[in-house]
Design a protein around this ligand. Structure first.
Ligand code: ZN
Ligand code: ZN
Length: 202
């Protein structure tokens, strides 16, 4: 079924949908945004962390950024700003300062007036997002970007309450104890809660 539904779409979009789990309008938007941004920036999919992306939403579209552009949460070259906007800013650490900002144009989504049925509206949106020329879908601006600091590997220390290894830059010092953030806020580790040991340190 899945194969049939995905027939007729570009091969790299099909792979992106495989990664995401389904094909949806948001994913198609992300797919188009990534392709456009990489083309405008003259960037290839990076092997490492030189390409970074700042996304201004945490919707389906971001999975296209992770899969196609290689900007991922795990590698630390994906930065999330919770602004609720389909805006994607790409930059390369190889060319500091220069960035490409791709933002969804107003009225890109079919208006609810066009069809009342949500499924039909989704289908229409997907068709439109696939067929519109990229510049009609997105506005593209060359922008100056201050690059977020590169991902760092810091040593871990053991939390005095739960004993879990915790990156030292994410610890909280309380008196003579070094705690992880949850423990500093009163978290009771599940094994302590089960034994009824409460929050006392072990
Ligand atoms: Zn989706
Ligand atoms: Zn802890």
């Amino acid at each position: 079924m899945r194969q049939e539904r995905w027939e007729g779409i570009p091969e790299d979009l099909a792979r992106t949908a495989e990664f995401h789990g389904h094909l949806c309008p948001g994913l198609v938007l992300g797919y188009r945004a990534v392709k456009l941004a990489l083309e405008k920036g003259g960037w290839e999919r990076p092997q490492d962390e030189e390409l970074i992306c700042v996304v201004e939403n945490d919707s389906c579209s971001v999975d296209a950024v992770q899969y196609l552009a290689g900007c991922t949460f795990g590698k630390g070259n994906l930065f999330f700003r919770d602004y609720g906007k389909q805006v994607f800013t790409f930059a390369s650490r190889k060319e500091p300062g220069r960035g490409v900002r791709v933002s969804l144009r107003p009225h890109a989504w079919p208006s609810p007036g066009e069809t009342a049925d949500p499924e039909e509206r989704r289908r229409k949106a997907m068709e439109r997002f696939l067929s519109l020329p990229p510049e009609e879908l997105f506005r593209v601006d060359e922008v100056e970007v201050e690059l977020p600091p590169a991902a760092e590997i810091r040593p871990s220390v053991l939390c005095a309450n739960c004993g879990e290894p915790t990156m030292e830059t994410r610890t909280v010092v309380e008196g003579d104890r070094v705690l992880c953030i949850p423990c500093s806020r009163g978290w009771i580790p599940p094994w302590k809660a089960r034994k009824g040991e409460g929050t006392q340190s072990s």
